[in-house]
Ligand binder design. Structure first.
Ligand code: 2P0
Length: 333
């Protein structure tokens, strides 16, 4: 890399995603290699914008998050991640990183997926690495597993691969964001911090849950069923397998030692209400990540009635109505 090369500031925008088939458990924690393949929808409403510039004058990395200088722990995380990108590029300069999260972080929708997808995309381009999209998903993955799926828009599969070096573990787009008019309602229930992070929760489950082995087998089957539903645009099949896969993931945590769960009373209320909607003839299905909030899938034509019905529940604070969103884009300065 010639010394005189100019290092421009690059800004990338990446959207969060919601998994229909969940990533739950790693077989390699350093390379972020998952035990099972997963599948998600990228969400149009939630995104992160991150600017990166590598600068010869800096004595260390500077990380500004939501217009405030980040604390040491957060900055160290970003620095450790950038070290891997610097190593790939053979560049030693430190970086100025500025990130704004358009995800309701304090409301429990905090997503490392959009954060690391935006950081990876901006940093790779700012440092001058010439890599393809597949490789970019792998670079995002080593920041946070689910970030690899946020490189693409629409319906995205993260293939677990089998190799030890992770070279066959990457994300790919199955269908773009215009493929299917689905609505994903993000139901905000709680503004409290998670008691157990996804990273710690999945590790505890892999290490101690007797149900974990079954999870891995079921997730593989569910992925096939979901891809079939996607191919045929069979909403009921898609919804049923999404709901069942989420429940199986959460069941593994109940079997862990010590047992843990992410649900609160409001989580169950929404699940019950979604079932009642189905009993009344409106196909709607739920899924939950490692937190109490619920995501409800429905067809766009039913969105209004599903939203209004769920808003009547006392535990529901707010509903964000999302549609399948785009992949990473780069913003002009
Ligand atoms: C998912 N989750 O597939 C699953 C479902 C939570 C439940 O990916 O350790 O932040 O950074 O790779 O990606 C959240 O875990 O974990 C997650 P790391 P990540 O969306």
């Amino acid at each position: 890399m010639p010394e005189h090369r100019k290092f421009e500031q690059v800004t990338a925008k990446a959207h969060a995603n919601i998994a229909l088939i969940k990533y739950w458990g790693k077989r390699d924690e350093e390379l972020f290699l998952p035990m099972n393949s997963s599948l998600s929808i990228t969400l149009d409403k939630f995104y992160t914008e991150t600017s990166v510039q590598f600068c010869g004058k800096l004595k260390k990395d500077v990380f500004i998050f939501n217009n405030n200088i980040a604390d040491e722990a957060e900055t160290t995380k970003v620095s450790n991640y950038l070290n891997q990108i610097r190593k790939m590029a053979g560049v030693e300069r430190y970086a100025m990183v500025q990130s704004v999260n358009h995800v309701p972080t304090a409301a429990g929708f905090a997503s490392s997926a959009s954060g690391y997808a935006a950081l990876a995309s901006a940093a790779v381009r700012a440092i001058g690495l010439d890599i393809d999209q597949k490789k970019l998903t792998q670079v995002a993955r080593i920041g946070s597993g689910s970030a690899c799926r946020s490189i693409y828009g629409g319906f995205v599969e993260w293939t677990k691969g089998n190799l030890e070096d992770g070279s066959d573990c990457y994300a790919k787009q199955l269908e773009n964001e215009d493929y299917w008019d689905l609505s994903i309602l993000a139901i905000q229930l709680s503004a409290e911090e998670k008691s157990l992070s996804s990273r710690a929760g999945m590790k505890l489950t892999v290490d101690t849950s007797p149900y974990y082995e079954i999870w891995v087998k079921e997730a593989q089957k569910d992925l096939g069923t979901l891809k079939d539903a996607l191919h045929h645009k069979d909403f009921e099949q898609l919804g049923q397998v999404t709901e069942s896969n989420a429940l199986k993931m959460h069941a593994t945590t109940l079997g862990a030692n010590p047992p843990h769960w992410y649900w609160e009373a409001g989580t169950i209320s929404v699940m019950n209400q979604v079932r009642k909607l189905r009993d009344s003839g409106i196909p709607a299905y739920f899924t939950m990540d490692a937190g109490p909030n619920v995501f409800v899938l429905c067809q766009k034509k039913d969105q209004e009635v599903v939203e209004q019905t769920l808003l009547t529940l006392k535990e529901v604070q707010k509903i964000y109505v999302c549609q399948p969103g785009p992949g990473v884009s780069y913003l002009a300065k």
